[in-house]
Structure formats: C-alpha cells, structure tokens
Design a protein around this ligand. Sequence first.
Ligand code: GLN
Length: 541
Amino acid sequence: MKHRKCKYIFVTGGVLSGVGKGITAASIGSILKAKGYKVTMQKCDPYLNVDAGLLNPVEHGECYVTHDGVETDLDLGHYERFLDFETSKYSITLSGSIYKELIERERSGGFNGKTVQLVPHFTNLVCEKIEKASAESDIHIVEIGGTVGDYEGLPFIEAIRLFANKVGRRNCLYVSVVYVPFIHTSNELKTKPAQNALRDLRGFGIIPDIVCVRTEKPCERAICEKIAAFSGIPGEAVLNLPDINSVYDVPLNVLKSGVLKILNEFVDDEKEPDMSGWKEFSKRCDYHHPKTVTVGLVAKYVGNDDTYICVTEALKAAAAWNNVNLNLKWIKAEELGDNVTKTLKECDGLVVPGGFGVRGTEGKIKAAEYALNNDVPYLGLCLGMQVACIAAARKGGVKNANSEEFGAKEKDGNNVIYIMEDQKGKESTGGTMRLGDYIAILDNKSKTKKIYETYDWGKMDDERYEVIERHRHRYEVNQKFLPEMEKGGIKVSGTSPDGTLVEFIEAPNRKFFVATQAHPEFKSRPLNVHPLFMEFVKSLK
Ligand code: GLN
C-alpha cells in the first residue's frame, strides 16, 4: 500500500462499551481540526448487519443518513457534529458489508480458487476500506465498535494492528478508552478490569499510545499511574476523563487532560488549537438564560433519548445560540387523543420528527392540526411534513385524508400521501428508500427561502434558489390534493427541480410553520446550526 501523508488514529474500548468512546474519539479529532488539519472519521462495527437501515431505532438509536445515501449508525452523526465534515459510505464499515463483499467476490470467481480467510482477506479488505476513507484527510480517525476481546471484533483489531505494518507505526496512534468503576461498598476505584483490557489489547499486538481512563468522578493521579505501571505505558499517556454534564464540554475536557503534548508529538507540530468556537458554545450551553422555551417533540419512540438524537441536538444548539434554555417535552404521539389541547398547551412550539408505520400517526396529525389552528410554531421533519399535509387536507375538505402508508387508498380518494412510483413493492427492504442528498428549489416568495437565504445555506442558480438536504423516505405528497391543502392553510414552498416531488411546505400566515420532506437535522452542527432550527427556536422567544 502506498502511503500518502495521512496519519491514522485508532480508537478501541476496553471493559465496557457505551462509555463515550465515540465522543472521545471525535473530541480528539476536534482538537486536531482546531490545529488546522483536515480530519475525517470512520466507524468499524462488528455487527453482521450490512447497514443500519433495518435496525430498530428503539434498540439501536437513530438511523443516520450520509449525503451519499447510506443508512448508518448514529455515531456518524456525532462525527459530523464534532468535526463539521460530511461522512460518506466510506465512513462506516460493518462486518456484514465486508463479508458480503468477500462472498460476492468469491462467488464470482474473484479469488481464483484460493481459500478465503478472515486473515488475510477480511483484514486486508478492512485496511483497504480505511485507506479509501482517508483518501482526502490529513488525519483519519477509526473507531472500532464494541470492546476489545469481543469475538466478532477480533478481525478488526487484527486489521488495525496490520495497518501500522503497512503505513509505518509512527503514522499510527492507538487510543484505548477504558472504564474504571467506583465500588461504593469499599469506597475505591478498581483498576483491575482496565489492566485486563489493556493486557488483552497487548495480546493482539497493540500497545496504546494513549489510554483514556473514564471514571464517574475525577480520579487521583495515582490511579492513572497504577494503570500505566501495570500496562507498560508511560504515565503521562494515561489520562483521566471523568463524566461531565454535556458532551460538548468533552473537547475542552480532553484538551485539559494533557492529550495535546502527545498529539503534538504525533503530528510534529506545536501549534495551539483554536478552540474558541467550542469555548463559546460550551459557555452558552452551561449558562442559565433568563428565558426558557418549551418544545414538544411529538414522537413515536419515546424512552430512548438516542432515537431522535440529531433533532434534539439541533434544538439544544439552536436554543444555546438563541440565548434561551430548552425545556424539551417528550410527547407520546399515540397517547394524544381528545386531550390534545390539554397536553400541548404548555408547549411554545412543536416538532414532529420522522417516523415509519401507522402507530401514533393520528396523534401526530392532531398535533399538526393544533399548531395550524392555534398559530403555535411547528417544525415538521419528513413524516412531520406528511402529517401536516394530511391535517391541512382534512381542514380543506378531504375528511378522511391519510397516507397510503397508514391505509389510505386511491380508490377512496384520500391518499394525500402516496407511495413514490419507484418504491412500490420495496417496503420493508433495506437500502431502497429515496436516500441521501437531493436538491430542492425553493419558491422565491416563500418564508422557507428567506430563512435559508438569511444563513446563506442555499445558492441562486439561474433565478432558482437551490438547497440540498438529506432524505430517507418512500412516500410523497400527492399533488392532486394541493387545492385542498391550500384551503387548509398551507402552501408548497419547495419542490424537486422537476417539480414532481414536494420538498417543503409552509403556512404563510403563521408565525412559524415550516415542514420538509427532508431531514435537515442531519446537517445541523453545534457550531453551525441549521437555519430551520435556528428560526424555529427564534420564533418561540
Ligand atoms: N414513513 C414516511 C415515508 O417513508 C416518512 C419517512 C421518515 O419520516 N423518514 O415516506
């Protein structure tokens, strides 16, 4: 493998998963970015799934969509938020996709009769994926999912060890994130699981350059020194990262931990990182503003905060930059019956996010209707736009308006939302929806355009104002019903370039009532919040 100038950071976890390995990795990336490097990230996940499209969001959290239309893990959303770059199909490598590629190659005779094995075929292919994903970066960070020692993760660990042979060990930095539990009965921190995890990693031929010790509370230096001594790692490379309130404090916290000296040596550059953006944002997040706004998130999956993480993160950031505190109220859509006004009246604004399947949709339609009737600010995202169209069509005279996804039929004349022609028969299959970036043209006189224009998020091309947003849907607005929807109070404010698909709607006579078939939340960043979220929150002030 020919080595370009890229350097690689590999982040693995020990003891437990779910202790913030991804956020730690992304924070290290944010520091390097603040030093001026082009940093990209990739997740290698040992699941046998081919992508995340069919995974249950309650169990697995939100499905994140890349600009090039791959349905991935929510970790990629964190990477984009922390590093403000666009992930792609190369940023996610699942075991399932590697096996699939190898087996397809084998079936088509691509191995010329050779035995196909985990080592070297799987591991070499992982190395190729890493090389591809890092094609345009100065520094590429690879996070390995799960913890070291998991059976299914072993080929990835072997691959990242092997990678250093290919590009040179000095071009690779290994980071291990371990958890040190506090045992309340004996009132002490226990380092043994961390020592064992590092011994396992050594057994696979990797001695980390940095060990991040995650603890509930700040720990004494002696704890880190002990781990260092038992694991053959210099004391200054073992850093404590205690729990903190907000994930957005992590970049500054990682910086404080002493990581910079090691990173500087790795990149051979002493330049101070410019963390002013993170400092300002973190200050605003921690500050208690005089005003609080209550946003009702009318959702189907309630109980796992990660299910709509891009939406909640966009709202939090929009609140911070608008100098208000956010009171997020989770509203179970299926429980919104006759009690709509009672439940929603304490909300200053409503967000209806994306979703699939009929459960809870009547509640969402009621929420949109309530917002429309009472001039309560409303932001509809994907399904949130479809239910707003249904609510408006019902108001405009199509009494039983609905979506084909929820049982409406053409013959009943109520399919205000219908399936896209090329999606028929593909329901419940993976990777087949209308996915990723698509251009929309905004109506020159619309509020929607004004919002995008204010933040310079679109561009004028031949008198047409273009915006690009990511998508994940099968159904669309049936334009046959536009007259009724208009009668109900909403207008189309953006379409696909050929005009066939409705991409944005708005209620022109309302304070803020904008919805889109896309998922603008995927492009929102804490330091560069999406205009629709900024203006939605502004309208609540
Ligand atoms: N279920 C709807 C569709 O497929 C909306 C999808 C979504 O909200 N992501 O069109």
